[in-house]
Write a protein that binds this ligand. Structure first.
Ligand code: HEC
Length: 138
């Protein structure tokens, strides 16, 4: 037998058909890749506080939080100027990194949960950055 009929059969099997749908289906009890690692990263006390982590926190704050909370945490970000409810000044609120990490993930009151946007290590980075900013007194 020449090789090409086998090749044709193989190509036909790759076409659209019920077989294909099965491949696409995700088992209902499957756990997304990296979930265990993510949960471990979320657990207190979080990653060690290094200057790298704080720099990540500063940048991440600017990207994820400043749109609402404002560059200096005064509650005057551009989203608020467009009419979103004004958050309280961050530097006068909680000083607990654990609590800030929880608020980032779960949201609070009018603040939406950001668990889908901010990975756990970044949540810790932002929390420590905010606590340090306050300690510096500006
Ligand atoms: C879409 C706008 C929005 C974004 C984005 C946002 N926040 Fe908020 N945040 C709010 C609002 C509004 C409140 C006040 C919630 C309330 O009490 O109803 C709040 C409250 C908080 C509080 C609690 C303040 C207190 O003591 O009551 C913390 C802490 C906080 N945000 C941290 C963050 C951090 C850190 C980020 C970035 C990862 C972030 N927020 C992103 C809108 C936002």
């Amino acid at each position: 037998m020449k090789p090409w009929p086998v090749l044709m059969l193989a190509l036909a099997a790759c076409g659209d058909g019920p077989d294909r749908e099965q491949h696409a289906a995700i088992p209902p009890d499957s756990v997304p890749r990296g979930t265990t690692e993510r949960l471990a990263n979320l657990a207190a006390p979080g990653p060690p506080v290094t200057s790298t982590l704080l720099a990540v926190g500063r940048d991440s704050y600017g990207g994820y939080c400043a749109p609402c909370h404002g560059k200096k945490g005064l509650g005057d970000g551009p989203v608020v100027e467009k009419g979103f409810p004004r958050p309280p000044a961050l530097l006068r609120t909680t000083r607990s990194p654990e609590r800030i990490v929880a608020i980032i993930g779960n949201g609070t009151g009018m603040m939406p949960p950001l668990a889908g946007q901010v990975p756990p290590r970044r949540r810790w980075a932002i929390a420590h950055y905010l606590v340090r900013e306050d300690a510096r007194g500006d």
